[in-house]
Design a protein around this ligand. Sequence first.
Ligand code: AMP
Ligand code: ZN
Length: 463
Amino acid sequence: MDGQPGSPTPELKLYNTLTREKTAFAPIDPQNVRMYVCGPTVYDFAHIGNARPVIVFDVLFRLLNHVYGGDRVTYARNITDVDDKINARALRDYPGLSLNEAIRAVTEKTEKQFLDDAKSLGCLEPTVQPRATDNIAQMIEIIEKLIANGHAYTAAGEVLFDTKSMADYGQLSKRNLDEQQAGARIAVDAHKKSPGDFVLWKLSSESEPGWESPWGRGRPGWHIECSAMSGRYLGDVFDIHGGGLDLIFPHHENEIAQSRCAHGTKVMANVWMHNGFLQVEGRKMSKSEGNFVTIYELLHTEKFGGRQWPGDVLRLAMLMTHYREPIDFSIKRLEEAERLLAKWPAADAADAQPDAAVINALADDLNTVAAIQALHALAQSGDHATFAASAALLGVLPEKAEIDEAVAIEIDRRVKARLELLKAKNFAEADKIRDTLLAEGIQLKDGKDSATGERVTKWEVKR
Ligand code: AMP
Ligand code: ZN
């Protein structure tokens, strides 16, 4: 199913926040297509708003794998395990442990939960999942370069990026520095040359986590982590950088400033993609608003709508809206996704290729709405193998439940018994068996043996 050189692969078009245009995607190196997505800060459960970029960029990863070949795509999603929110959580939850041990307890537990959540949502594992704490040396190296070439300075125990030193700072968010000046809190930022300057490194007190550096024992700012990890795993310039809309400023703007000024490049990534917000009653779902439901709660507790929801239902509910549009999250939407999934067959792709209409929809800036419509038409057409191959691109393939050998033999026995009853024209008893099986999730399909003309019955597991 890999794109063959010379074979007609669809033209992939992506909306680029940098240019505010949808343009044809051309990888720097088709042998190694590189995508970076900002991952979670691991201090607490991820909420279903956080699940949106995880799902959206998983669909893009699947599409890139299809178009360029699975071994020619590198997808890096980081784990932010250095952050003052983590320190606070460690002190609160593990007062008995040393700070380092407490931090590790928080980050390990949260990272594991995040990976479990992502798996439950049908997401493939990214090619690399670097942790910030494993990349401190790379961060220090970039900061040294920025100081050496006049883009960073030290002041009051911090190393700061000098935004005025970069002529075209603000390209991504289209903000100019003077606008930021107006709203700045001058008193707090007295040590900064300009109010928009941001922290690359800050000193740590004894009771804060820290690493040795040329500027003393300290810890990195948030933005430098992603410059270091993307550079290490994808290179100074790569193809696609993604995340939620809220990351455009300051996080992505500052990643760009750091990486471009350290490496002397015109861009950091060619295409910048941002998903819209998942909202509750018109407001962004967020920890600070308190209007959040965690992925864990949705999947494993009865907190949302009084019941648990399967991961593929949440995934499909998310993909029923284009990734750049806001989603108003509701029980109604989950129910709609669930009804749709129930109509889809749990089929095997075997050697089938995905359907052109589904691929073309996804190739048009991830039009998952059109892709789902095309998929539904396929499901109804009865071409279940093509349906399955296509559904795999969206990652919503209803899984064929694993059936135990002994259970399968027992089902075969009941199917046979029903055939005998039908032969004897005992339709009431035959229907009873069929209905009981259906209630157990086993669907019967009657047909005729083409050679003998006799009735034969196949069965399959419904969702
Ligand atoms: P955070 O842990 O806040 O850095 O968020 C992790 C990822 O989730 C980032 O890509 C955010 O942009 C994204 N995100 C956070 N809240 C929402 C939301 N309500 N809807 C969609 N994406 C979100
Ligand atoms: Zn980032």
